[in-house]
Each structure stands twice: as C-alpha cells, then as structure tokens.
Ligand binder design. Sequence first.
Ligand code: CMC
Length: 432
Amino acid sequence: MTEKLASLTFSDGTPKADFPVMSGTMGADVVDIRPLYGKTGKFTYDPGFISTASCLSKITYIDGDAGILMYRGYPIEELAEHCDFLEVAYLILNGELPNKKQKHEFDNLVAHHTMVHEQLARFYSGFRRDAHPMAVLCGVIGALSAFYHDALDINDPRHRDISAFRLIAKVPTITAMSYKYNVGQPFIYPRNDLSYAANFLNMMFAVPCEKYEPNPVLVRALDRILILHADHEQNASTSTVRLAGSSGANPFACMAAGVASLWGPAHGGANEAVLKMLAEIGDVSNIGKYIARVKDRQDHSMLYGFGHRVYKNYDPRAKLIQRTCHEVLEEVGLKDDKLFKLALALEKIALEDDYFIKRKLYPNVDFYSGIVYKALGIPVSLFTAIFAVARTVGWIAQWNEMISDPDQKIGRPRQLYVGPGKRAFVPMDERK
Ligand code: CMC
C-alpha cells in the first residue's frame, strides 16, 4: 500500500515538506507533523487543540457528527443496557469485557480496597464545613500519594494496576466523606457486600442510628450514569491527567490535576451550572428571556448542558440519561417534577432556535444528569464530584496507556511569542 502523504507549501520561500498521513481503525486521518519543526523551522498553531490529535489511543471512540460513543469498540447504549459499572471499568482498563471469573475477582478486588487510611479522615477537619466537595477532592485525592507510596513506581505495570484499583475503590469513599463532612454527619465505612453504586449511596445516606437499604432502581440509575461518564477520550481533564503524568508524576497527583480541570463549568462543572441555570429560569414562561440573554454576546450567559467540542449532534449519553431521568422520577414519585419539565421545554425551544441550529448545539451529558442526581437526593455541590468518581476509571486507564506507550514524551507545547522584542534594562530610579 502506498504511504499517504500531506504536502505543505509555503509562500515565504521555505521548501515544500511532506508529512505522513496516519489512519486509525475509525475516524479522521491525522497528519504526522512531528518532523515539521526539523524540516521547516516552523510550529503549528492550534489553541484549544481543535485540530490536534495528542496521542494514539485504543480506549474510546467518538463520532461527533453521528453522535456515536464506544468504549473499546462497544457502543455505549449496549454497555449501559447490559453491564454494571465495574464491568465497564474492567473493559476500559483491560481492553476486553471480563468473563464471570474475572468479573468476580475484579469486584472483590475493588470492594476490598474501598476503605481509606484512617488518618486520611483527619484531612477533612482542615476544611471548612461548607467547603466545595471538588476542593476537598483536589486535596484528598492528591494526598493519597502520601499514604500509598508503596506502589508508586510508574514503570512497574503491577504498581500501575495497584494504583488503578486503589483509585477506583477509594474515590467514592473520599467523595461520600466530603458530603458527610459538609452535613456534619459521621463518616460511613464502605460495605463490601454492596455493589459499587449501592455502596456509594450507602456511604452517602446511611447514618449509624438507622438501617439504610439502597433502592435498587436508584442504584441502577446511578450505576448507569457512572457508565456514561466513565471515559470520553481526550477531553480537558483527561488531557490534563496525561500532561501531568507525562513528566513522570505519580498517578494520585495526576488524578488531582484531572479533578481540578473537571471542576470548570465548561467541563464537568456544567452539571452543577445546569441546575443553577434551571433554578434561575424558574418557569417555562421565562425561557424566552433566558435564551435571548444567551444569544446576546455582551451578556456572557451560556445554555449550560448544551454544546460540545466533538458532538455536532445529540450526545448519545444525554439520550440515555433522559430515559434514566424518567425512570428515577417515576420511582421517587416526582413524575411531574417541575425542573424536569422545565429542562424538556428548554431543550425543545433551544433545538428549534436558529442560533443553536446554526451552531449545531445539542444537549450534552450534563443537561439531564443533575435532575437525576437531585432526585437521588444528592446535593447540587456534589454533582461534579460524582462525575469525578466515574471519570477516575477513564483517567487512570488513559494515564496507564500513556505510560505504556513507547512513543510517550513529556508534554511540552510550543508557542508563538508576541511579547516585546529585546530591550535595554532600565534601572528602577530611571523608570517612569
Ligand atoms: N450556549 C450558548 N452558546 C454556545 C454554547 C452554549 N452552551 N456552546 C457553544 N456556544 C456557541 C459559542 O459561543 C460559539 O458561538 P460563535 O461561533 O458565535 O462564537 C459557537 O457556539 C461554537 O462554540 P465554541 O465555544 O467554539 O465551542 P467549543 O468546542 O470551544 O466549546 C463547550 C464546547 C462544551 C465548552 C461549549 O459548548 C460550552 O461551554 N457549553 C456549555 C458548558 C457545558 O455544557 N459543558 C459540558 C460539556 S459535556 C461534558 C463534559 O465533557 O464535560
């Protein structure tokens, strides 16, 4: 087969240069511009990485125009329908769905690492009671490297595996502890007899003085939401994890970096922003006014939960969450939930509006997830932390993939310098 090439010509006399074009299993080809600087003395300019593939990956595939998402080749719809979260986590980490024995062993492995070092609990008292859970997660997840440094050799695959299941097991515990600290209730230890999602709900809502039985419909809903958020290829937080990890930093520090990036309202923080936006709109009759503000460029309002860098079609996760939303609201007796009705009406109006049609802005994963969380009894400030619980799997799998890649190099973008040229130093008493 002849090698595909891309040729770059210049109007400034720089000789033409050819670059190999690489093809993946699916999706757009990429031009390998690594030799660009050597051949031409020039860099590329791509703020926001709009046209840049930063790595090869075998984990997640998105076709943004068609609204398709697959983990390891399996469509998200089938995984959400047939698997539980740990089955999907195994798939994302190992590349294949587990057989019965592997699944049983993996469930056990995770369940037996859900407790955190007792001393870690003391970190919480250093935070204000009203600390945002994401602030707590940034600190406490980073602090794990001070507790679990027995397996921090990133070049040892076994150590990487140990850190992976420690993180997957402990992040829900740390998240639930941040909630308990907020509300002033005692921390609830994990229960190994419960599923991943049921254990999380138990750590959130059980209290020592009463028996708590997680509702299976709500457990399934949370589990599905975790599946839908588990990975999403090279999004901002995952790229942050990879970039942090490219210097050889330990995985716990890298995950803390991922949490920090996820927190922003353009990324994982959007689920919290959606609920605040819906509360601000308040009633279907105010939607028109809000949409007008969004379209007014001076106003800086956004339609949170809408739009995506990659999806130029309905986000497949949003469709699945909308269905989950119906199931959960029915179960908790909120079939006529005002917020859900408002969200449905807002979606309908936005999808018929020229502004959103022209820009191909559709609901994303965050548009309906907050309504489900709210119905589960999860406070708004904890929404993004739940996203972090799920995405920990993607972050650690992508980090591991990067470390194992022989082409891996420290991430180090270049720049186009537009500051002052060289100038003479002015001593302080001569400065104006
Ligand atoms: N409301 C109003 N206008 C929007 C929105 C929105 N939610 N999203 C994009 N636009 C406009 C944007 O202003 C731009 O308009 P123009 O061409 O006139 O300048 C156009 O649509 C293209 O948008 P962009 O900013 O170039 O798109 P991007 O790929 O850089 O940003 C995004 C993607 C997700 C950051 C953005 O759509 C956004 O901020 N959405 C709201 C926040 C949100 O819901 N984030 C969750 C993303 S999905 C979950 C996750 O992975 O974290």
